[in-house]
Design a protein around this ligand. Sequence first.
Ligand code: PGA
Length: 262
Amino acid sequence: MSDRKPIVGGNWKMNTNRAESAELARGVVDGLRDVTNVDVAVFPPYPYLLAVRAILRERSSSLRLGAQDVYHKPDGAYTGEVSTEMLRDCGVEIVLCGHSERRHVLGESDAVVNLKLRAIVDSGMEAVLCVGETLDERIAGHTDPVIQRQVRAGLADVTGDHVSSVTIAYEPVWAIGTGKTATPDDAQSVHANIRRLIAGMYGQDTAERMRIMYGGSVKPSNAAELFKAPDVDGGLIGGASLKVGEFVPIVRAAMAAARGQV
Ligand code: PGA
């Protein structure tokens, strides 16, 4: 890890109920009171955003409230969708876009991901652009072209000013929720390639500042090794973010990596 401030996100996906989301939020806040050198965000399901925000506020927490998705249109007849302004109104500061489950289960194209990303950064929130290859793409040796395409398409028409509000999450699809994790070397190599690509698109300074998180079966047992890699700036955590006893140690691994203690 470098001198970039790491970021660790808990993507709760379509999990928890009202009571569980509140309990999880309280546990994470209380377990991470002393954390200052890592940005921590939680991404609850939409219906629980306000309740989680209330918990963060009542405990004066620096944890950031995130949303798992958004629709790019500002308002109107889009039944079931949620706009950037609605999210901001609920205290959301950071939004995922292009998560592999949105791409592969819900059918979102690179073009849709780009519309969402631009809507997020245009509205003043931060975006996490998720990219990652499938197992077939990896086996065929197509990891780099797939990631390049997703990064270029996701950031199309995003200016140098706005790109500073973007974090990239490299999440190999074959590692998400499967228990299989990329090795630290695999992750480092893809992250370094993404950073080179960003340098080509926006210049070296922007590339050096951009945070690139790793996601895919990150656990307390593998977090320290992954976060030690120089281009891995934290993680996006799914399954393990649902348990305080797993998420808190993962954030602590990022803290230790940031202090050069691992
Ligand atoms: P996982 O999910 O940690 O359960 O593999 C990661 C993600 O989808 O963000």
